[in-house]
Design a protein around this ligand. Structure first.
Ligand code: TYD
Ligand code: MG
Length: 457
């Protein structure tokens, strides 16, 4: 039987079975408290009792209600991620590493929505008014109709919002907000949870949209409990490598639109500029065909995006060779290498392997499997792939290649960017080739032999 987790840390929310002076999970001292209620005593014997409440008004699924009104920012990359503009009375969470550009993005968005007729209030808990105003001047937005406040007290903020009745409030960031009836420091789980709950409820009952900024911990989760993600309608992540100028806004949850949609921006001296053709941008740094470099035809949300996957394979001086990945899942890399080794006779023992998705893009699609395998083999064999070919396909553990979704969209994008052939799994019947030479493969071993065969051995 599982042990009762009867103690909780009031800072990180970790549950343990015994009391201790220091929380094992977050290292805070004197924060472990015994839970009262069901988790200690197990389910109570008594049921809810005989007293009945009021009857709910039930309805059928055919609603006559119109879709919620939306406001466009006028920036395609942002509107698409929102699922077609900002929905009235919705709550959003925008997560991202410190310094990635969240405040910049939201100040620009605030100015856009302000100019498009919304009454916007921007509350910064991290920067003074002067700092935000300086940024606004730098972005050329200092004449925009956005009201500004610098405060962290939730009670004062809600009082102000009640009086001003804005259409949109931006809270930068939720970790700095502080509710005076909760007995813990700003940024702790209970504060973040309470503030997010109060703001979301306020938004729903006052017909206001709220966008909250959330910092991301080292582990990649939004600091504070996951419940904040459940509370809001939309969760967006702002990603990118700090050294690159590209930034990607990704919707990981959206009650009002497709999830996994991305918007691509470029950080310039005058703020974030939208990138309308990300494929061209991600491929712009490509030179002559090089070993270990492959173009993957991917899909991000509803949009095809071509990008370059690079691999480097070199003899390892260490007893335990390195496997290093940027922009992809390291577990998935291990799987691809295992399949290459056991199904295709391409071992990586004693070799360091580095894999990189160029441009700071992060890929999670299994369709990238074949492109990764191709990059690995190409790097290992020191044999470049044809420059004009794109690659995609999912690899199963048996080494078979599985067809992937939206094959036709991938091909269309490849054709648009001047590619002439595609290496891929068997296409579903009726897929148009879009003028590309399709090289359909059945399994990974066949692929390695056909593409690299001449050089094997
Ligand atoms: P910021 O929006 O403050 O990040 P966050 O709120 O996510 O912590 O932006 C941080 C970086 O962006 C900062 O290092 C400077 C850079 N930046 C530009 O390159 N151009 C600009 O126009 C602005 C406003 C910022
Ligand atoms: Mg900021």
């Amino acid at each position: 039987m599982a042990k009762d987790l009867a103690f909780t840390c009031s800072v990180c929310g970790a549950a343990t079975s015994k009391w201790s002076g220091k929380c094992e999970a977050c290292g805070a001292w004197n924060t472990i408290h015994e839970d009262t209620g069901l988790s200690v005593a197990g389910p109570k014997k008594t049921s809810i009792g005989g007293r009945r409440g009021k009857t709910l008004a039930l309805t059928d699924l055919a609603t006559q209600e119109a879709a919620p009104p939306r406001t466009l920012a006028g920036v395609d990359e942002l509107d698409r991620v929102l699922g077609g503009g900002l929905v009235k009375a919705s709550a959003l969470l925008v997560g991202g590493d410190p310094g990635i550009g969240k405040s910049t993005l939201l100040l620009q968005a605030a100015a856009r929505f302000g100019r498009n007729g919304l009454k916007v209030i921007y509350v910064s808990g991290e920067e003074s008014n002067a700092q935000v105003q300086m940024r606004a001047r730098r972005l050329g937005l200092d004449k925009s109709p956005v009201m500004l406040a610098s405060d962290t007290n939730l009670r004062d903020i809600l009082t102000t919002l009640e009086q001003e009745k804005p259409d949109l409030t931006i809270i930068d960031s939720i970790q700095t907000m502080w509710a005076d009836h909760v007995d813990s420091a700003p940024g702790s789980v209970s504060q973040v949870r309470t503030c997010a709950h109060e703001l979301t409820t306020f938004a729903k009952t006052h017909d206001m949209s709220v966008i909250m900024v959330g910092h991301v911990t080292k582990e990649g989760a939004i600091a504070g409990p996951r419940v904040v993600e459940h509370m809001v309608d939309t969760v967006l992540y702002f990603e990118g490598e700090r050294g690159h100028q590209f930034r990607i806004l990704r919707s990981v949850k959206n009650r009002f639109g497709p999830a996994d949609e991305i918007g691509v921006f470029e950080m310039t001296g005058k703020g974030l500029a939208e990138v309308r053709n990300p494929s061209a941008l991600f491929l712009s740094e490509r030179g002559e065909p090089a070993a270990g470099s492959v173009v993957f035809a991917g899909i991000e949300g509803t949009r095809p995006v071509l990008c370059e996957i690079q691999a480097l394979v070199a003899p390892s001086p260490h007893s335990q060779p390195r496997r290093s990945v940027v922009g992809w899942d390291i577990g998935r890399l291990a799987m691809i290498m295992a399949v290459l080794e056991s199904r295709c006779g391409v071992p990586f023992t004693g070799l360091d392997v580095y894999l990189n998705v160029a441009g700071g893009l992060r890929i999670s699609e299994p369709a990238a499997d074949l492109a990764v395998a191709a990059a690995l083999v190409s790097a290992r064999e020191d044999a470049a792939l044809p420059k004009e070919a794109v690659i995609f396909g999912e690899i199963s553990l048996s080494g078979a290649l599985r067809p992937v979704i939206q094959t036709e969209n991938r091909l269309k994008e490849a054709q648009k960017l001047g590619f002439t052939s595609a290496i891929m799994p068997r296409a579903p019947k009726g897929t148009g080739a879009n003028g590309l030479d399709l090289r359909e493969m059945q399994d990974l071993a066949g692929f390695v032999e056909q593409v690299f065969g001449a050089r094997q051995g």
